[in-house]
Ligand binder design. Structure first.
Ligand code: UDP
Ligand code: MN
Length: 335
């Protein structure tokens, strides 16, 4: 650093030094020596600096997790979830905040869009997110919710999820850094109703060359999570209308974080037995031109199966979204 710059950085005192400097080089050097001595008397700068960098390191190490929970009509599950997960994450010293993104419009449920909204509304305080189903409670502390440094971390892995065991499954609970979520433009917004949105996210992560990691050495196996889901009470919306299969079985490079349309009606800060949750009441918006299946109530307006199959078969394989679920091997308490 040049002398003048060094001097300028020391504010008012340095103005005096500059004046002295203009009186002669010798005097100038003397006053610079005096000034640096005075500064050193004021503090032990070396130890101050090392303390400061230590505290910076701590700050850098303090990752903050936003738990994003898509929600509709599952208030009982939410109450259990918030109490359980708060205690669970506290035990791991994971700094976190839970957001329930509650869909309050009359459209079909859209898990992916709610996760996009949660990400946008949580703000920039968080450097990673958990895309978290409300009905999955981690049962073992072997499941760690730490910052996913090396790539997306799929906690509800196929060998641990109580219901879904196919190799490319990434639903249930997935940790992503802010950067990773932005890189893939979040999730597709075309998935109204149950299923496939997580399989499309798998294709996004794959195309972005993000390597998915999963927990190893978990002795609890299929008991690692409790799935609070009775399918007779919480029915999955498997209605298919207006050829939605044609678009939802196909990779979407168009919609995502950048295109989700919604209104945030209100934000409520609730506590359940002392555990905090921010509830975001959200109205999603649907373009009926692009996704006419966003509010149908029965199977209608679909092309014959053979025709649909033909169209899907003509796509490049990497554009086909088709999870390989082996329904024969498929056993789970909720069916
Ligand atoms: N969900 C919800 N209300 C619904 C449908 C789904 O809150 O009507 C949320 C909830 O967080 C749930 C997740 O979406 O855990 C996944 O849906 P679901 O449990 O029906 O699917 P599964 O993974 O059991 O097939
Ligand atoms: Mn479920």
């Amino acid at each position: 650093m040049g002398l003048r710059l060094w001097i300028r950085r020391r504010g008012a005192v340095s103005t005096a030094v500059l004046l002295v400097c203009s009186a002669g080089v010798g005097m100038c050097l003397l006053s610079v020596l005096y000034l640096s001595g005075a500064l050193q008397q004021g503090c032990d700068c070396s130890s101050f600096q090392s303390k400061r960098s230590e505290s910076l390191k701590v700050a850098e190490g303090q990752h903050k997790l936003a738990v994003l929970v898509p929600l509709r009509d599952r208030f009982e599950e939410l109450q259990d979830f918030v109490v359980h997960l708060s205690q669970f994450l506290e035990a791991q010293s994971v700094q976190h905040q839970i957001f329930a993104i509650n869909q309050v419009d009359n459209l079909r449920f859209n898990r992916a869009s709610l996760l996009n909204v949660g990400f946008l509304e949580a703000g920039e305080d968080f450097d990673y997110v958990a895309l978290h189903d409300v009905d999955l409670l981690p049962n073992t502390q072997d499941l760690t919710y730490f910052f996913p440094e090396t790539g997306p971390f799929h906690l509800a892995a196929p060998h641990l999820h109580p219901r879904y065991h196919y190799p490319t499954f990434i639903g249930g609970v997935l940790l992503l850094t802010r950067k990773q979520m932005i890189e893939v433009n979040g999730l597709s917004n075309v998935y109204w109703g149950w299923g496939l949105e997580d399989d499309e996210l798998f294709a996004r992560l794959r195309d972005a060359h993000l390597v998915i990691h999963r927990p190893g050495n978990i002795t609890a196996g299929l008991k690692s999570f409790r799935h609070m889901h009775d399918r007779r009470v919480r029915k999955r919306d498997q209605i298919r209308c207006f050829d939605q299969q044609l678009l939802t079985r196909r990779r979407d490079r168009r919609t995502g974080l950048s295109t989700v349309r919604y209104t945030l009606l209100e934000r409520r800060e609730l506590t359940v037995d002392g555990a905090a949750v921010s509830v975001l009441n959200v109205q999603l918006q649907c373009s009926r031109q692009q996704t006419p299946w966003c509010d149908c109530v029965q199977n209608t307006g679909n092309s014959p199966k053979e025709k649909r199959r033909e169209i899907i078969h003509a796509l490049p394989p990497e554009d086909v979204i088709a999870p390989k679920i082996d329904w024969k091997k498929h056993i789970s308490p909720d069916g």
